[in-house]
Design a protein around this ligand. Sequence first.
Ligand code: C5P
Length: 219
Amino acid sequence: DKKRDFEGKTVIVTAGPTREAIDPVRFISNHSTGKMGYAVAEKAAERGAKVYLISGPTALKAPDGVIMIPVSSAKDMQSKIMEHFDEAQIIIKSAAVADYAPATVHDHKIKKSGESLTIELVKNPDILYELGKIKGDKVLVGFAMETQNLIENAKEKVTKKNLDFIVANDLFTEGAGFASDTNVVKIIHKNGVVEELPKMTKLQLADEILDRIIEIKRT
Ligand code: C5P
């Protein structure tokens, strides 16, 4: 009775935060736990897909049946995606990629000295934007976490990054956000349709996302 509707499909899922090194002991990162991406990877594997889970550092264990590819920085993540890009029909980018990384990585620990310290940051590649340019007929799904103007910002990302749809949540909504086992999201499709989903577990949401992807693949 379990759906096996992803049989024969290869899916890349990215999850977790990235770490951008400052020196050998420090990095810049974010609060992503990887729960949403791991839930998607778990469900896709359960539904029969070959799943590459390309994940930044998390405390989670790899779901059964997925091919786990651990990465650290945004650039690592991008190169691992590109290794498997041709093989995949579906890419789901739930990782919280750092937008900026330190301009230089110090070879030695930065020592404490003056009253202030400035670290210059440079823009990371926008992985999803780059994928959007070479997407072809692959299905490309993004995530967006916002603290204001959720729909407006998410719509802009769907267009700019050439996505099929984006899963958007407001960080300040009760039951949504980082460490939670539940999420409350809106799905914004490339044709502008906005679906408001009720609060559900991240595993349930994973199935909702996969249902919409298979629908796109059918049409
Ligand atoms: O950071 P932003 O809100 O633009 O993220 C939206 C989507 O873009 C997410 O799916 C995220 O994984 C992706 N992204 C990316 N590379 C970046 C920044 C974001 O792939 N440098």
